[in-house]
Design a protein around this ligand. Structure first.
Ligand SMILES: *Cc1c(COP(=O)(O)O)cnc(C)c1O
Length: 366
């Protein structure tokens, strides 16, 4: 049997007729940017997340870049200010901070949840700290009341990287509505994926919304009048139309992911494998199903030889990358352990029970 890590073809085929209809509607309309499809998707996505505003943009990295840039333009942050961020995030979160001349302060995650360790944040707060960025990594909620309280106590912005967690819920509220602003990616492999690049910012802050809408459109709110040195970072009409369809099916797809995760958690009995510990099933949408294994590379080869595709999220932590050479000597043991031992199993709303049971069997044989 073959079990791909993720078949985007299957994911798209599930809603093929609706997607074709939407793409053709836009093609035939003769209107391809900044039109009705963007308006509809932004309004539907803001409703879904539970914020007043949603601004579509070109991709998830830009969404995060625009949040920090807008805070700078609004005079709330300035280059040199510090932003707390989990050390084990995907590099985009950190790139968005450094691109704006802000200083990322890396904080270790909790090894059980992979999320930023809220016990380690307060000691990192200085007079230069302006924000805490949380990343709902792998699809699991990173927000805690303690983080919310720290933001209030020290007057910090709370920024969410919701690229991996569309549909995730904390105490009845969606991630992406828990802080001051959130960046979302609709990269094709994400839980809510476009058929190309796309992203968005959600917020309740009107000034931030206006600044980001302008920044992502050359820094212009009025045609040929430029307020900021922005960039072209627009979401196109075809992607917006496709995203609006996939948004309608997001909750059912998240439930299917949870079914796959339950089967893995119930079925994997190999003592060499450490499974994720799920204490609240609302708070995880299983963008990625992670296991830890000391013999991770052997496990990956074993599964590959059985036709099971896997992935590593991520093999090299940001502080060990060449682009951040100044941090290469920092020691972050929890982050480094995750990067050395993490393996991501096949996960998609399109996996069959037979495929999932086959993966479990292959893992238990290892
Ligand atoms: C995918 C991702 C991004 C960036 O999204 P793009 O759309 O690829 O630019 C940012 N942060 C995290 C955590 C991601 O997984």
């Amino acid at each position: 049997m073959q079990v791909p890590f993720l078949s985007l073809k299957d994911v798209t085929n599930k809603y093929k007729d609706e997607i074709h209809e939407a793409a053709l509607r836009v093609i035939d309309s003769g209107w391809y940017l900044q039109g009705k499809e963007n308006e509809r998707f932004e309004s539907d996505y803001a409703n879904y997340i539970g914020t007043k505003y949603c601004v579509g943009c070109a991709n998830g990295l830009d969404a995060l870049v625009w949040i920090f840039r807008a805070y700078i333009e609004l005079g709330i942050m300035k280059p040199g200010d510090e932003v707390i961020v989990p050390a084990n995030t995907y590099i985009a979160t950190i790139l968005a901070i450094t691109e704006n001349g802000l200083v990322p302060i890396l904080v270790e995650p909790n090894i059980n949840t992979f999320q930023i360790d809220d016990n380690l944040i307060e000691e990192k707060i200085t007079s230069k700290t302006k924000a805490i960025t949380i990343v709902h990594l792998y699809g699991q909620c990173a927000y805690t009341d303690k983080i919310g309280d720290l933001c209030k106590k020290y007057n910090l912005k709370l920024i969410e990287d919701n690229a991996q967690a569309h549909g995730c819920i904390f105490n009845g509220k969606k991630t992406g509505s828990l802080g001051d602003a959130a960046g979302h990616s609709f990269y094709p492999g994400k839980n809510l994926g476009a058929l190309g690049d796309a992203g968005a910012v959600t917020t309740n802050d009107e000034a931030l919304e206006k600044a980001i809408r302008s920044l992502a459109n050359y820094g212009s709110a009025k045609k040929y009048v430029f307020q900021y040195t922005g960039r072209n970072s627009r979401l196109d009409e075809i992607q917006a139309a496709i995203l609006d369809i996939k948004l309608k099916h997001l909750d059912e797809d998240v439930l299917l992911r949870k079914e796959v995760a339950k089967q893995y958690i119930d079925g994997i009995k190999n003592p060499k494998i450490i499974l994720p510990k799920i204490t609240n099933w609302d708070q995880h949408v299983f963008h990625i199903f992670t296991v830890l294994c000391e013999q991770r590379d052997e496990l990956q080869k074993h599964l590959e030889s059985k036709g099971v595709g896997t992935n590593i999220h991520y093999p090299i932590p940001p502080h060990k990358q060449d682009c951040y050479r100044m941090w290469n000597r920092i020691s972050l043991p929890v982050t480094e352990k995750i990067h050395a031992q993490e393996l991501s199993l096949p996960m998609s709303p399109c996996l069959t029970n037979e495929q999932v049971q086959y993966v479990i069997k292959c893992i238990n044989q290892f």
